[in-house]
Design a protein around this ligand. Structure first.
Ligand code: ATP
Ligand code: MG
Length: 414
């Protein structure tokens, strides 16, 4: 018979196992802990949405919409897109589910997101984000709270060394128009040196050139005029409130006056936590204020601010977490002790003791497994122990062994 070929894992997806999974879990655990400290509420959202949810809000000329979305027609003929980020779906839910009544709403979520990108280290087609948003708050205090929370998360993950917060303002509409004009003039003067993509951006969305990763664009983007010369006094005051709040909370930041974000909906505050430890994938957490987003989805003007971080990128930076180890491994000597071993296992686990069982191979192999698992104790069960309702409890560190009745077992291992 012909051998059946195993289908491959899809390019850019991951099977996260072992050490990688422990790192991943460490990021999610820290995120959930910090979110609770800051009184953010968890939401669960669909993995796919109508294509319009993303196309309208992210901007047609953005990289994500123009070339990275997983869009398909479902069996009913509707255009569906796998979420490439959380914010647009959250804004959609805010409008369709009547969450306006809870505004200002502090919400968090995490899970898989999908982008058709060129896969490489730290860049996948299905990756995972943690996400935090405050919707319906136009005060700079909301920006500050989100940034302080992100900073605490980075510190709790033990990665603040080498991770910097870069901060900018994109101002209000008036500021953006004036800055846009100056950017167009600058880029027009260097038109011949720009990448083809950026020449196209110049006509449609010149700010996007600042965010280009093409090495031909970088020197021109880096020498572009910053936003400060064009800030209205209102936009300047808003930004000052944000930076004052950060200083008061003791959050370190650096100004990057040409930082823009890859999506169209940002206003005022824009920020990235960056590291030089991940090569070209150096942005670990990013976000900003998106006061125009809800309107682009047909809602009333509603302020919003938020951030998202790649779980995989944060996971690559954290120290390797130690694997969980059982407190006890139950080792029946043979098949006739199996039932009693089940009783012992149930007793320990019901009592909240992390317990594994070694049931494969001969007794020597089972003890090897108990030792390799890093357990504190082996609960050894031979024929005489089983009939007396006892286990031989061996402390694997010292080698001490004693008989313990089932009634005393929980106390003995606690
Ligand atoms: P990049 O500039 O690296 O493409 P981005 O600006 O497209 O990132 P955002 O849309 O701001 O990223 O998403 C927030 C975070 O999600 C990023 O800071 C990064 O940590 C992570 N991220 C984005 N794209 C990917 C990907 N393809 N694989 C893994 N993580 C990603
Ligand atoms: Mg990107």
């Amino acid at each position: 018979m012909a051998r059946i070929e195993t289908p491959n894992r899809i390019r850019g997806t991951q099977d996260i196992f072992g050490e990688d999974q422990r790192r991943f879990a460490r990021v999610v655990d820290a995120f959930e802990r910090v979110c609770k400290l800051y009184c953010f509420q968890r939401v669960e959202l669909p993995v796919f949405e109508s294509t319009a949810v993303f196309a309208r809000s992210l901007g047609e000329t953005t990289d994500v919409v123009s070339k990275e979305m997983y869009t398909f027609e479902d069996r009913g003929g509707d255009s569906i897109t796998l979420r490439p980020e959380f914010t647009a779906g959250i804004a959609r839910a805010f409008l369709t589910e009547g969450w306006q009544q809870y505004a200002p709403l502090k919400i968090v979520t995490h899970g898989p997101v999908f982008r058709y990108e060129r896969p490489q280290k730290g860049r996948y087609r299905q990756f995972h984000q943690i996400d935090a948003e405050v919707i319906g708050a136009s005060e700079p205090a909301a920006d500050v709270e989100l940034l302080v929370m992100a900073d605490q998360l980075i510190r709790e993950l033990g990665i603040s060394d080498g991770v910097t917060l870069q901060l900018n303002t994109l101002g209000d509409a008036e500021t953006r128009d004036a800055w846009r004009g100056a950017l167009v003039a600058h880029f027009e003067a260097h038109r011949g040196e720009l990448s083809e993509d950026s020449i196209a951006r110049l006509a449609k969305n010149p700010m996007r050139i600042l965010d280009s990763k093409d090495p031909r664009d970088r020197p021109i983007a880096d020498s572009a005029p910053g936003i400060d010369g064009y800030l209205t006094s209102e936009a300047g005051a808003f930004f000052e409130n944000v930076t004052n709040g950060l200083d008061a909370a003791g959050v370190a930041w650096t100004r990057n006056d040409t930082l823009v974000r890859g999506l169209d909906y940002y206003r005022h505050t824009a920020f990235e936590f960056v590291t030089d430890r991940l090569g070209a994938q150096g942005t670990v957490l990013a976000g900003g204020r998106y006061d125009g987003l809800i309107e682009s989805l047909g809602g009333n003007p509603t302020a919003g601010v938020g951030w998202a971080a790649g779980i995989e990128r944060l996971a690559m930076l954290v120290a390797e977490p130690v694997a969980d180890t059982p407190v006890v491994v139950v080792v029946p000597m043979g098949a006739s002790e199996a039932d009693f071993a089940m009783r012992v296992l149930a007793l320990l686990r019901s009592g909240g003791i992390v317990t594994d069982m070694a049931f494969a191979g001969n007794f020597k192999r089972r003890m090897t497994k108990a030792n390799a698992a890093g357990a504190a104790y082996a609960a050894i069960i031979g024929e005489s122990e089983a009939s007396a309702g006892q286990v031989a409890l061996k402390h694997l560190g010292t080698g001490d062994q004693r008989l313990v009745a089932l009634a005393d077992l929980l106390a003995a291992v606690q």
